[in-house]
Design a protein around this ligand. Structure first.
Ligand code: FE2
Ligand code: FE2
Length: 412
């Protein structure tokens, strides 16, 4: 058994022992001691272990712990609102016990004295629902339960995507497990609260656009698939396809991607290779990702056959491509680009509506607008790092927005 799995086993046993035996009982102390020892062992290898509990699955860092599949405590913890657990540094035995008491209170839904719990709980153990930072994602501070410190942002997911793009650039290999882990993590962030949440990343630097945009299109695509009533496996497949739709851009020089002005004809030709290039990279790495490959290839083909790559014979695109195409354009227009300001929602939705039947499938346009209207208040703009945005940047990104520049003449 791996170190992380051994720790989780001992952790669950300690909790079970605490349920059975009162304070002061030697069996209770033994269970806690054993779990604490396992934690110290684990931290020798991984100083800041991070677990995500997704019901039927446990993710350690970014990788699923296959041996802990269907582990019943994962479900219990996730249902108790503990979907993420991170040990930031070494903790004392006493701190560890206080943390276990806190976890147990959540699992058994026992109200605990929050003031006391707060005093005891070390700040170096972070656990709780996977929520999002900022605005609508903040949990009220004075609640009996939950009491955890929620510091989740999409920083780790963004970092994983940057790493994934570098891997593809340098090694031509697509790390599928990590892409899937990001999608799972986004899915948890979307459902961490009682209601649906759409955590959308805010762009800070133009050269980070592809990362931010990929995560946002993944979130929007999953939300859209869910809104249309698709099952969990399909929703995740749409998430992976959304995440990888612009993968071919790893081959486009950054100067072209971030160019403030109009692209030259040569640069345009180069830019237009990204759908076919993305599909090629995906298929060469993972045969089973055919949906993602199709979406990468087709996401710039319009309903009327225009767009790129140019198709000789008009045919309809896969429904996933049509669906993700809408999400793609929505996010591209909502984001500030070097050549134009961000558009407001009130500008983007009518624009998309106006292109129904030309660029977009009218059925999906109607559904997308209905979804955005329904979940408008649940859109949370998050940062991909813990530090808040400097006020000047936040103000610039937030507006004023104006529909300057033709969106169709620029890549999304
Ligand atoms: Fe694209
Ligand atoms: Fe895109």
């Amino acid at each position: 058994m791996s170190e992380p799995a051994e720790f989780l086993g001992a952790f669950a046993q300690a909790l079970a022992g605490m349920l059975l035996y009162a304070e002061g009982h030697p069996a209770r102390a033994r269970g806690i001691d054993a779990a604490y020892e396992e934690l110290l062992d684990l931290q020798l290898e991984t100083p800041r272990p991070l677990f995500t509990f997704l019901g039927d699955e446990v993710i350690f860092g970014r990788l699923p712990l296959r041996e802990m599949r269907n582990w019943d405590w994962s479900m219990r913890l996730a249902e108790a609102g503990i979907q993420r657990l991170e040990f930031m540094e070494r903790v004392s035995r006493e701190e560890f016990e206080a943390f276990l008491v806190d976890v147990l209170a959540r699992v058994t839904m026992t109200p605990i004295d929050t003031a006391e719990a707060r005093q005891l709980r070390p700040t170096s153990i972070k656990f709780g629902a996977v929520g999002v930072r900022g605005g609508a994602g903040d949990l009220p501070q004075e609640e009996a339960l939950p009491t955890a410190t929620i510091t989740f942002s999409l920083g780790e997911e963004a970092e994983t995507i940057r790493w994934l793009h570098r891997e593809v650039q340098e090694r031509e290999a697509l790390p599928l497990a990590e892409a899937e882990a990001v999608v799972r993590s986004l899915s948890v962030a979307m459902h961490g609260d009682k209601q649906m949440m759409l955590p959308l990343l805010q762009l800070k630097q133009f050269d980070q656009y592809t990362t931010t945009h990929s995560l946002n299109v993944a979130v929007l695509s999953m939300a859209f698939a869910e809104f249309l009533g698709m099952g969990a496996a399909d929703v995740r497949a749409f998430g992976v396809a959304g995440l990888l739709h612009d993968l071919g851009k790893v081959r486009i020089p950054i100067e072209v991607l971030t160019k403030p002005g109009k692209l030259t004809p040569d640069e345009r030709v180069l830019m237009n290779t990204h759908p076919a290039e993305g599909a090629r990279i995906i298929l060469e790495s993972e045969q089973e990702l055919d949906l993602a490959a199709v979406v990468a290839y087709e996401h710039h083909i319009m309903l009327n056959g225009l767009g790129y790559p140019q198709v000789k014979f008009r045919r309809s695109c896969h429904e996933a491509s049509n669906l993700i195409h809408v999400c793609d354009v929505y996010d591209a227009l909502r984001t500030r680009r070097p050549y134009r300001e961000a558009w407001s929602v009130e500008q983007v939705l009518p624009y998309i509506e106006g292109r129904a039947g030309l660029e977009f499938d009218p059925t999906y346009v109607r559904s997308f607008i209905a979804m955005m209207r329904k979940w408008e208040s649940q859109v949370a703009v998050v940062s991909d790092e813990r530090a808040p945005l400097p006020a000047s940047v936040a103000a610039a990104v937030a507006g004023p927005a104006g529909p300057e520049g033709s969106p169709s003449s620029h890549p999304v």
